[in-house]
Design a protein around this ligand. Structure first.
Ligand SMILES: NC(=O)c1ccc[n+]([C@@H]2O[C@H](COP(=O)([O-])OP(=O)(O)OC[C@H]3O[C@@H](n4cnc5c(N)ncnc54)[C@H](O)[C@@H]3O)[C@@H](O)[C@H]2O)c1
Length: 371
């Protein structure tokens, strides 16, 4: 549903047909909002998700909101986490994840320097922008599509922070080392690593080539090893700077629900994520005494290019939603907000934990009706 269509529906909020349309729109999760018409771009970016969530409230409690007709949804943006999803935008139109993260005076990462790998697409893009909005200077790592990386850099600049795009294959040790050297050269040091880069090479096990196996393990697991090691060396060199952070450094390993859930047809990917779990926990145990915090994030189904086939048709989306108790596909911002928190001192006592951002996917939803 396009922004103006939804607005029109809301304007007629005393009309049961419109209300029903909005209610249906909100119930059927999974398709992002198209911001191509409506109010000024900044307003659309800031308030559109608010509008959507408030419209849900409107449907449930029409009387409580019907009094404030004048831009009522603008008055309560703080009520709205920016993660609502509304059908109808068309599968081909990716919502710009970045535009849904709000500017805020709260800068929990002020004066901190971050590297985000695989930061020109999907979750990494959203994480890099969220770190910038939270006050961090960011190295935007990419391996292909420089233009997309530069777009992320621009967004971080707009937030008032420094950013550079840096091409490096995370599975190549010399390129990882060059990237960290450049980060230290440009920013002085590194405080945060979000080891996010990853890929899939799906295949039935009996057919899986050694190349497919190796590629996934090299990027997803060895890439995290190399980046985490380079970050650790810099954290140990510099130590704690209390005016910047309680910790000497923070490492966030992007894992997956498939560190827990076996995944037929994806043995290489699930193995890599299972490996990330124990890599993360082992180095968290080893490095905690040095005041380096290592944690993981395990996303469930997040709407990004890596898993397009899982959400880009109504049938696929319907099947996917049977696995998600919360009833909607995740958005990159859902993960980005978790990453900002884990990178900040607000999570200072959180060490060696995997934070599942999965709408309940790991709750064995198949047993919800008694198995
Ligand atoms: N989307 C999901 O549902 C989901 C769920 C669980 C975990 N994850 C994990 O989140 C991470 C990000 O995935 P995404 O969903 O944003 O997919 P994506 O394809 O949009 O992003 C992956 C990024 O990694 C980069 N990359 C791939 N190989 C690289 C290499 N050798 N060096 C540097 N960068 C490289 C890609 O260029 C891209 O920028 C991955 O680790 C993925 O396994 C995603």
């Amino acid at each position: 549903m396009k922004f103006n269509t939804l607005s029109s529906a809301l304007k007629g909020k005393n009309n049961p047909t419109s209300k029903q349309r909005v209610a249906n729109a909100i119930r059927t999760a999974g398709i992002a909002i198209s911001f191509d018409t409506g109010s000024a771009p900044a307003d659309r970016a800031r308030y559109s998700p608010t509008l959507i969530r408030w419209s849900a409230n409107l449907v449930r409690e029409p009387r409580s909101h019907s009094r404030s007709r004048t831009a009522w949804w603008r008055k309560k943006p703080e009520l709205l986490p920016l993660n609502s999803v509304v059908p109808g935008a068309g599968f081909g139109r990716q919502t710009r994840c970045s535009s849904e993260l709000p500017m805020s005076d709260h800068k929990p990462l002020a004066r901190q320097k971050a590297i985000v790998t695989g930061a020109n697409s999907g979750i990494g893009e959203s994480v890099a922008i969220a770190l910038g909005l939270a006050g961090a200077d960011v190295v935007v790592n990419y391996v292909e599509n420089e233009d997309a990386a530069n777009g992320v850099v621009d967004r971080i600049h707009q937030a008032g922070c420094k950013a550079v795009a840096h091409r490096a294959d995370v599975s190549a040790q010399d390129q990882v080392e060059d990237m960290f050297e450049r980060a230290v050269r440009e920013f002085g040091t590194i405080d945060i690593l979000v080891a996010n880069a990853g890929l899939q090479r799906d295949c039935a096990f009996a057919e899986m080539s050694l190349e497919k196996w190796n590629k996934v393990l090299e990027v997803n697991l060895t890439g995290q090893f190399l980046c985490a090691q380079a970050a650790t060396r810099e954290f140990l060199r510099r130590g704690v700077v209390p005016s910047v952070s309680c910790a000497a450094g923070k490492i966030i390993c992007m894992s997956s629900v498939h560190q827990e859930i076996p995944w037929a047809g994806h043995a290489n990917y699930a193995t890599s994520k299972g490996g990330i779990k124990l890599l993360m926990e082992s180095i968290a145990q080893e490095l905690a005494p040095k005041r380096i915090r290592v944690n993981g994030i395990a996303p469930g189904a997040i709407r990004t290019p890596i898993n397009t086939a899982a959400w880009n048709t109504p049938e696929a989306l319907k099947n996917l939603l049977t696995l998600i108790p919360y009833g909607r596909i995740g958005l990159p911002e859902d993960v980005a907000r978790a990453a900002v928190w884990l990178a900040s001192d607000e999570s200072d006592y959180v060490v060696g934990t995997t934070l599942f951002v999965d709408g309940g996917m790991t709750l064995f939803p198949g047993f919800a009706t008694n198995g």
